[in-house]
Design a protein around this ligand. Structure first.
Ligand code: AMP
Ligand code: GLY
Length: 428
């Protein structure tokens, strides 16, 4: 089988690495990928949002399966187009991708199907005064979210009413373009955040692992929100009993609801959760793997991911099950200074070759290029360094030993990935 992975981040590197190890897979291709991914896949110079070109390429190269990493091409209908052209693809249709691409759709969907989530109201741009009045009446803390895809920047968890009103004005003032033409204002949920991933074939779901992300840029959960600065798997707050609740109260109702509404969900459903005193509540759905969560989940997966991907696409997950290595994985993201703001590309990363052969250590590339034998940083998030081990502490130590060998003054990383779970295990 030949598989094409769409995307260019460390998530897609982990997908390529995992698929390349599958006995079913003869060749992995990646569009557009990056220089690090080239070790595990043949790069195809097509941008991940150039969906016409991807469809044309997949047909002419007769690829057996396309695995779509990021949300944008899914929302643009890449999977619909591939299916129409007779190419199998892992990922939801554009209609099913609305669970991520429209927060208004997702919230109303939860209400229709009894899925627990924060109480909310939706406002259109012409209802700015009503939005402001509602926020003033409810008081802070309160959460303001732009409706559409805003690259993780459309959410404000406001500690004060002023901050919330400023977020309303920013969204309706065009800060997120079309994505901010409608907003969701919702109650702030308390608890511990965690993510559960479910591999879905339209009717059945298998738990594709749990993880906890670190969204803030700096140690101690300070600084601006990012795409994610590190993660670990499994998430201890998602005990087997809690996973069962999430599946019964959130994932299975969502699958049944999407099927009933004529948009069955095939692909990976990412449930961003708040685990509070009353149990799990949904913060958001995403319709793809997380980045960096993917980089800590796939190294723990014993079952062949290639086989699972075909199983989901072919609708036969009912006959499959998942096995995991009994280990922990922890990933540290290295980013160019200035991220999540604009960054200067082009600095050299030294020492990467000294990581080759390090025990239970993996390096996934998000944005690198090669220049005369040197590794050059080419974006915001640049690498995810993953350690695995029998305990989370061991996984963390391996990851940071590897990070310490990387000589890159223009980069930064968080030194406290895993702190919450490590503090919990210290007091257990
Ligand atoms: P979202 O993109 O909707 O997941 O929001 C981004 C981040 O904002 C989440 O990962 C949470 O940390 C936080 N957040 C979103 N909604 C809420 C909420 N209702 N209560 C508390 N925190 C939230
Ligand atoms: N790490 C968060 C995300 O992938 O959305």
């Amino acid at each position: 089988m030949r598989i094409l992975v769409v995307g260019s981040g460390a998530r897609e590197h982990a997908l390529c690495w995992s698929l390349a190890a599958s006995p079913l897979v003869k060749e992995v291709l990646c569009a557009p990928g990056n220089a690090g991914i080239a070790r595990d896949a043949r790069l195809v110079p097509i941008a991940s949002e150039a969906i016409d070109d991807i469809v044309r390429f997949a047909v002419s190269e007769r690829v057996d399966l396309v695995v779509v990493g990021p949300e944008k091409p899914l929302a643009l209908g890449l999977v619909d187009r591939l299916q129409a052209a007779g190419v199998r693809a892992l990922g939801p249709s554009a209609a099913a991708a609305r669970l991520e691409s429209s927060k208004v759709f997702a919230k109303d969907f939860c209400r229709r199907h009894g899925i627990p989530t924060a109480a909310y109201r939706v406002f259109e741009a012409r209802e700015r005064d009503a939005a402001r009045a509602w926020i003033e009446a409810r008081g802070a803390p309160i959460v303001v979210k732009a409706d559409g895809l805003a690259a993780g920047k459309g959410v404000t968890v406001a500690a004060t009413v002023e901050e919330a009103l400023a977020a309303v004005d920013a969204a309706f003032g065009g800060a997120f373009g079309e994505a901010g033409a409608r907003i969701v204002v919702e109650e702030m949920l308390e608890g511990e955040e965690a993510s559960l991933f479910a591999l879905c074939d339209g009717t059945r779901a298998l738990v594709l692992g749990t993880a906890q992300d670190h969204k803030r840029a700096f140690d101690g959960d300070r600084g601006p929100n990012t795409g994610g600065m590190g993660a670990y798997s499994p998430a201890p707050v998602l005990s087997p009993a809690m996973i069962e609740r999430v599946m019964n109260e959130i994932v299975r109702p969502a699958l049944a609801g999407m099927a009933a509404e004529g948009a069955p969900f095939r692909g990976i459903l990412y449930a961003g959760l708040m685990i509070g005193p009353e149990g799990p509540k949904l913060l958001e759905f995403n319709v793809r793997m997380g980045d960096p969560e993917c980089q800590v989940i796939l190294p723990r997966l014993m079952t062949d991911f290639g086989q699972l991907a075909f199983g989901a696409v072919d609708g036969v997950l009912a006959s499959m099950s998942l096995r995991w290595y009994p280990n922990h994985a922890l990933g540290v993201v290295l980013a160019t200074r200035g991220y999540p703001g604009p960054v200067q590309r082009g600095s050299e990363i030294r020492g990467l070759e000294t990581l080759n052969g390090l025990e239970e250590t993996l390096v996934f590339h998000a944005a690198t290029r090669r220049e005369q034998g040197r590794w050059i940083a080419d974006g915001g998030r640049v690498l995810t360094v993953v350690g695995t081990g029998a305990t989370l502490a061991e996984a963390r130590d391996r990851a940071y030993v590897a990070v310490a060998r990387i000589d890159w003054p223009e980069g930064f990383f968080r030194r406290d990935i895993g702190w919450r779970a490590l503090a919990r295990s210290a007091t257990d």
